[in-house]
Ligand binder design. Structure first.
Ligand code: ADP
Length: 766
């Protein structure tokens, strides 16, 4: 074919390749005009151009492809409804030299496409691969019939072979038009092989998914059949645990329970639904479980409280040593609550380090009042659904922690411990703290609605007791509603008594043995050498370990007394050196005191200096927070260098390095103020500070000493670490009466108002 001009028919979404035919219907006047021009002028020849974007109405010549298909109209029938139907057969690819537009008709000058030479051997290798792939595809795919094989059996021409196969491939429009522009037949065959390979993988995957589905359906069917058989066999055997029987039992039980009206109504509705649901439907179990929840919750089961305050006091005393202040506050709280039952009364929150008896005290309150005791922990909860439950539409839905424990309590007025309220977290899943407020607030909690249960449950009779280690991280709105009762670390003396009068007798009773005794010195050794804690948990474990070993290794009849010297034999090598306060034999080291949620501890402040330009380096755990205290301390010393007898010039040529060990809370930053000043002075005045001295207090730029917290714990830490003199801020003297006497007796406590008081005592008196 030489260069020719041909009228163009745009094709959208359908493709005609050479050696194939297409049937099209037209109504559009301009298309009909083109068809008639083709018929009259071009011997039914026509150029078919496929648009890459089928939605494009009037494409510009630049966007049109450079290769089109020469077609010939084989038949043309004008139907009665204004439609013209034509059959066009594809003849060949042609190259478009230029597009032209005359009198609204687009035509193009075309020329035959270039002919390619190819290597016969390579061609037959490719053909073989093509046949193999085609056969594989036909064998697994429902999308291609094996009539294609018949169509290509005798085809030798690569062009024809390729185009016949392409028209049979289940490719979409975009994937097929690429074949129009691939004029090299070898390359076209390679592309077909690639597409076939992809299709084979896809079909294999489809088949696999379908097989799995089929197996699953068959299994479900089988399970249903088996269940039905079992049900029928059981019915035959008279074991009529059928649904009707179940429903009958449920109704009977419901009558016995004397449930509130709204619950009876709801249960009736649910039982009705249950009776209509097919046993094979997964909904049956969901409804049945829900019915169980409604039946078993203690809607109106209430225990009567022991009203005798004296008896309550006795129970608390019998179970817990000391804690007098906490016990007094709890008893007052109970007495007031009984009288007023005011809706706005606060909720008790026990705050203190681990192991100081918060949980066990709450449980004793329950015993004393004659109530049930349940507990949950809300530490780390970030999803309010854990408290309020999941809606039943949710897969695996269940009630929240509160309702689950109410079921466990079997009464609607238990003592309900909510542990770790200082460790709630808030994120995109909601705010558990506000969910908790809903639970605790007396104005709302008589109508508490769990998302799963949907019916209101009255929580107003519950005695909630909250516990936390750290008051500063309790969410503010919650804190407002709480009556805080602090339980602080135990002294060695208190621990010895707790062990002697509570832990040991309780363990002996649990093991049903009587004849094991511990001397006080033995208990003290366990405390100082095998435990390092504010409370009594580890102590309990260690005593438990000894008692178990004694029971296993000895004749139960002989009575045994455990001495201090026996402890190592039972517990192994000493874990902690009782006095970790090493001697300070260098200048610049001072013992401060810190307060951690796990009790008090010594806070060693070390300062060194070397020639430099006034740079300050900080190490230790406190980082930024301690910086301010250090700047204040340095400024205070610089301002008063004359008073302290220090050469001011020294600061210009010296760098300082501070290291603060053991600090854990940001609050330790300010309270280390006095110890920092003393460590700098010790260094600059070249005076070693005795390791028997310790101090705590915030310092101002003018040297005033401000009060700090955690004094009881700090003093206990001082006394257990071999300190004999402690400097405390004067304002703290108001708390002196609340410090344990065995601690006060061991320490020389000096109250100071201004740093000069410490300076006089330490630096001037020597
Ligand atoms: P917390 O809840 O504060 O972490 P626990 O209530 O679990 O502490 O107490 C730990 C152990 O110490 C328990 O065995 C408890 O009985 C015992 N215990 C703590 N304080 C006392 C005390 N004052 N008297 C008697 N036993 C105590």
């Amino acid at each position: 074919m030489v260069e020719t001009n041909l009228p163009i028919l745009y094709l959208r979404e359908v493709i005609l390749l050479p050696y194939n035919e297409i049937r099209l219907e037209f109504t559009n006047a301009s298309d009909l005009k083109i068809l008639s021009i083709s018929e009259k002028v071009y011997d039914n020849h026509i150029l078919l151009i496929n648009l890459a974007d089928p939605l494009e109405e009037s494409p510009s010549f630049k966007e049109l492809p450079r290769i089109g298909i020469l077609g010939k109209i084989k038949t043309k029938i004008e139907l009665s409804n204004g439609i013209t139907r034509v059959v066009i057969s594809g003849i060949d690819r042609v190259e478009i030299l230029s597009y032209v537009e005359t009198n609204d008709i687009t035509s193009a000058f075309v020329a035959p496409v270039k002919e390619y030479d190819y290597d016969e051997v390579e061609a037959s290798a490719l053909k073989r691969i093509l046949y193999r792939k085609l056969n594989e595809y036909i064998s697994i795919s429902p999308y291609m019939s094996n009539s294609v094989i018949g169509r290509i059996t005798d085809v030798k021409d690569l062009n024809k072979l390729a185009d016949i196969i392409i028209s049979e491939l289940p490719l979409d429009y975009q994937n097929t038009i690429k074949y129009i522009v691939i004029t090299n037949p070898m390359y076209r065959i390679k592309t077909i092989i690639e597409d076939l390979t992809k299709e084979i993988e896809t079909v294999k995957l489809e088949n696999k998914i379908e097989d799995n589905l089929k197996v699953k359906l068959e299994e479900e069917q089988k399970e249903y059949m088996l269940k039905e058989k079992i049900r029928l066999i059981r019915e035959e055997l008279g074991e009529t645990d059928s649904k009707e029987e179940d429903i009958r039992k449920l109704r009977e039980k419901m009558d016995l329970l004397a449930l509130p009206k709204n619950i009876v109504k709801r249960l009736n509705e649910e039982i009705e639904r249950y009776s209509f649901t097919s046993p094979s439907s997964p909904e049956t179990t969901t409804i049945r479980t829900y019915i169980d929840w409604l039946m078993t919750l203690p809607w109106n089961v209430t225990t009567t409280d022991n009203r005798d305050v004296k008896k309550i006091e006795e129970v608390l005393d019998a179970s817990h040593f000391g804690l007098n202040n906490a016990k007094k506050r709890i008893i007052e709280y109970i007495a007031v609550k009984k009288k007023t039952s005011s809706a706005s009364s606060p909720i008790i929150c026990l705050i203190g380090p681990p192991g100081v008896g918060k949980t066990s005290l709450a449980s004793s309150i329950a015993t004393a009042l004659g109530r049930e005791f349940v507990k949950i922990s809300v530490g780390g909860i970030n999803d309010e659904a854990e408290i309020l439950g999941h809606r039943r539409t949710y897969i695996g839905a269940a009630p929240g922690k509160i309702i689950r424990q109410m079921k466990k309590a079997r009464t609607n007025n238990p003592v309900f411990l909510i542990d770790e309220v200082d460790k709630l977290t808030k994120d995109y899943k909601g705010d558990p703290a506000s969910a908790l407020l809903e639970v605790l607030d007396r104005e709302q909690n008589s109508r508490f609605c769990d998302n799963y249960i949907e019916e209101e449950f009255d929580l107003s009779k519950v005695l909630f007791v909250l516990t936390a280690n750290n008051i500063s991280t309790i969410p503010e709105p919650l804190l407002d509603r709480l009556e805080i009762i602090e339980l602080s670390s135990y002294t060695i003396y208190e621990k010895i008594n707790i062990a002697k009068y509570h832990l040991i007798p309780k363990l002996l009773e649990d093991y049903k043995v009587k004849n094991i005794k511990f001397t006080d010195l033995a208990i003290e050794k366990i405390i100082t050498c095998y435990t390092k804690e504010a409370g009594a948990r580890e102590l309990y474990r260690q005593i438990d370990a000894i008692i178990r070993k004694v029971i296993i290794s000895s004749n139960r009849k002989n009575s045994i007394t455990i001495e201090a010297s026996d402890i190592e034999g039972y517990l192994g090598m000493t874990k902690y050196v009782s006095n970790t306060n090493d001697e300070n034999n260098k200048t610049g080291i001072v013992n401060g005191l810190a307060y951690t949620p796990y009790g008090g501890t010594l806070l060693k402040v070390t300062c060194t200096t070397y020639p430099g330009k006034g740079i300050i380096t900080l190490t230790g755990t406190l980082g930024e927070v301690i910086k301010e205290s250090i700047y204040i301390a340095l400024s205070y010393i610089k301002t008063n260098s004359v008073l302290f007898g220090i050469d001011y010039e020294l600061f210009k040529e010296a760098d300082f390095h501070f290291h603060i060990e053991e600090a854990s809370s940001p609050k330790d930053g300010p309270s280390a103020g006095v110890a920092i000043v003393t460590s700098i002075l010790s260094l600059l005045k070249n005076k070693i500070i005795s390791n028997k001295i310790s101090m705590t207090g915030e310092i101002t730029l003018r040297g005033k000493i401000l009060p700090v917290g955690g004094l009881k714990e700090k003093l206990i830490a001082a006394s257990t670490n071999g300190i004999d003199t402690v400097y405390l801020p004067l304002e703290c003297s108001r708390e002196l009466h609340s410090f344990p006497s065995e601690v006060k007796d061991r320490l020389n406590i000096i109250f100071v108002e201004d740093y000069e008081d410490i300076y006089r005592n330490i630096f001037k008196n020597s």
